[in-house]
Design a protein around this ligand. Structure first.
Ligand code: 13P
Length: 336
């Protein structure tokens, strides 16, 4: 394993003022988002839309890399440039989602376990050839009655660790993503407990599999009250609690930490990241790996009129830039 090369990639992913844009929606998720806006979802419409995202001028100001889906990694721009090569030309790192989705966990109704280890070594070798520098594997942890169980957290942590080891063996930086789902009426205290427990179990599994922390990126959710919890929290409480929980559950020498947006509003997700970086006092780079909260304005403009490519690209680059500033603690809502 080339730890120096992995560390260098991880550092570039969370370089000061930079974070990741996720555009790795599966066909099913992409169809849902397109359907909601009346856009047909097929291979060509997905290519056209993702080309718009990848070729947005100024996106590289705040974005260090993009997570692609298998199909997207193989697609080309109108002029025949492979998407990973186009990203490299623009100074951004191509990443790839490699898990095969969250499936029902046997004997545990309502819980999920992420699959995709079978044949992963061979797929990673091909992705490396195609230019992927980092990968993503998402595990889903749901809070509810008697949930999550240790079986769910441990099963997912083990899968994440096995995936991460295969990535590092292949020279690809693993982004390990345990997402604590925001839906539900659970309190912020419960989210704190579940998050810290999940991170601790995950890092124990990663260590056991021999995964180098400095060549690994943690992608996770913020510590938040459930969406339907009557007791919501203010900006400072969210920022402080998230920092406190991460300090308790995550080792100091991880390559970096990035957040998913997971149903937060566009401005909310930026503001909360910004607040954490203003508070500071933690050992890791704290940045973003947002999907919806960066893409949303651009997707809306493009779906209203597919001629509006430049306008959509400007909206995308703007959210990229604002989140890049938030990674430095230099964003302000006045900029909106
Ligand atoms: P959201 O920011 O839309 O939650 O997506 C990020 C992601 O990649 C989840 O796996």
């Amino acid at each position: 394993m080339d730890i120096a090369a992995l560390t260098e990639t991880a550092k570039a992913m969370v370089a000061p003022g930079k974070g990741i844009l996720a555009i790795d929606e599966s066909h099913g998720t992409c169809k849902k988002r397109f359907d909601a806006l009346g856009v047909e979802c097929n291979e060509e419409s997905r290519r056209t839309y993702r080309q718009l995202l990848i070729t947005a001028d100024g996106l590289n100001e705040g974005v260090s890399g993009l997570i692609l889906f298998d199909e997207t990694l193989r697609q080309k721009t109108d002029d025949g440039t492979a998407f990973p090569a186009e990203l490299a030309k623009r100074g951004m790192l191509p990443g790839i989602k490699v898990d095969m989705g969250a499936k029902d966990l046997a004997l545990h109704a309502g819980e999920k376990v992420t699959e995709g280890l079978t044949g992963l070594r061979e797929r990673l070798a091909e992705y490396k050839e195609l230019g992927a520098k980092f990968a993503k594997w998402r595990a889903v942890i749901t809070i509810g009655d008697n949930m999550p169980t240790d079986a769910c957290i441990m099963g997912n942590a083990h899968g994440l660790a096995r995936y991460a080891a295969l990535c590092q063996e292949a020279g690809i930086v693993p982004m390990v993503e345990p997402e604590i789902i925001l839906e539900g009426d659970h309190t912020m205290e419960i989210c704190y407990e579940v998050s810290v427990k999940t991170w601790k179990m995950l890092f124990a599994q990663l260590a056991q599999q021999g995964v180098a922390p400095e060549g690994t990126i943690l992608k996770t959710s913020m510590i938040l009250p459930g969406k339907a919890c009557p007791q919501q929290a203010d900006l400072d409480t969210i920022a402080n609690k998230t920092i406190e929980g991460l300090k308790e559950g995550v080792p100091d020498n991880i390559g970096g930490i990035v957040f998913l947006s997971g149903g937060q509003g566009d401005v909310e997700a930026t503001e909360r990241l910004n607040r954490m970086n203003q508070i500071g006092g933690f050992p890791w780079a704290l940045s973003f790996s947002y999907g919806r909260s960066i893409q949303r304005p651009a997707l809306k403009i493009w779906s209203d009129n597919q001629e509006n490519v430049k306008e959509a690209q400007a909206a995308l680059a703007k959210r990229g830039k604002f989140n890049g500033l938030a990674a430095l603690g230099k964003y302000s809502t006045d900029m909106e």
